[in-house]
Design a protein around this ligand. Structure first.
Ligand code: ZN
Length: 282
């Protein structure tokens, strides 16, 4: 298997490629001392052929790496629009519309650069998926576990749902395309949503379940047939109150009475990041 992408090589070579037209140099990434900011891309006001990247030195190495890839995304995609980009993690959800769009684009660029889809697809095909395996993949790509899991959901052919809990409430939920096509959906109760009774997510005595526990799919997804099973995985972070839930459902045929997935609706329009209190209503 190839090694993780070397961002230093990408940074140094970019100005010599068509993507770096008019630019002489992107300076080596520098640590940023502003807490409110995850990263920045700035054009040198004294020398417009030079750009600089800054990153939050207190973030973990995987986050720093993602941030630098994100700023390289702004460089390639957006540098004609602005002289500087101030990025924080939340602006993907909460920024003004135009900011949200370019932040999302830079995030997508970073994900594609760090976790190329064709590689990922190859690595996850014909594999028994559990959190041990996904964690090993994250290490291989040198990305965070969370970023890898989101990427897995995007590329897996299995029916899969990923839920990110923040202080006991859903912060976001992603569904794989086959989960969307078969209308696998989590039961909605409260707003903001809390873990459902009978699930590992609701069981505070279980912090980690990396091998997965099999259960009836209907515990999570009420529209699933009674014989359907799923495996629930759980990862609790050591810091704070953050939990990741991964659900892998048994395969099912797309439901023919639901044509919406054939109408050109993209994966993203179904499964946007949702912030607290804004669960998608469909
Ligand atoms: Zn940004």
């Amino acid at each position: 298997m190839p090694d993780a992408v070397d961002l230093e090589v990408v940074r140094q070579m970019l100005p010599e490629t068509p993507y770096g037209k008019g630019v002489r140099e992107i300076k080596a990434p520098m640590v940023l001392d502003i807490n409110s900011c995850e990263g920045m891309l700035v054009r040198n006001p004294q020398d417009t052929a030079e750009w600089g990247i800054f990153y939050n030195g207190k973030a973990n190495p995987e986050r720093q790496r993602f941030t630098i890839a994100h700023e390289l995304g702004h460089f390639i995609l957006h540098r004609d629009q602005r002289q500087s980009f101030n990025c924080d993690k939340e602006s993907v959800y909460s920024g003004a519309d135009t900011i949200r769009v370019i932040e999302r684009e830079a995030d997508d660029f970073a994900s594609n650069l760090l976790m190329p889809g064709d590689l990922l697809r190859e690595w996850i095909s014909n594999q028994r998926i559990d959190l041990h395996f996904l964690s090993a993949l994250a290490k291989r790509f040198q990305v965070s576990f969370e970023a890898l899991c989101i990427r897995f959901i995007k590329f897996t052919t299995q029916r899969a749902i990923l839920v990110y809990w923040d202080n006991g409430f859903v912060k976001y939920e992603w569904r794989s395309s086959s989960a969307v096509k078969t209308r696998a959906r989590i039961r909605r109760t409260d707003d903001p949503q809390e873990p459902l009774p009978g699930t590992l997510a609701a069981d505070s005595t279980v912090e980690q379940e990396w091998d997965g526990t099999e259960m009836s799919a209907a515990i999570w997804c009420p529209e699933e047939a009674p014989h359907m099973k799923l495996r629930e995985f759980k990862h609790s972070y050591t810091t704070g109150d953050r939990v990741l839930t991964l659900l892998l459902l048994e395969s099912a045929e797309p439901r023919s009475w639901d044509r919406s997935w054939q109408d050109g609706e993209s994966f993203d329009s179904f499964d946007q990041f949702v912030s607290n209190g804004q669960l998608p209503v469909r």
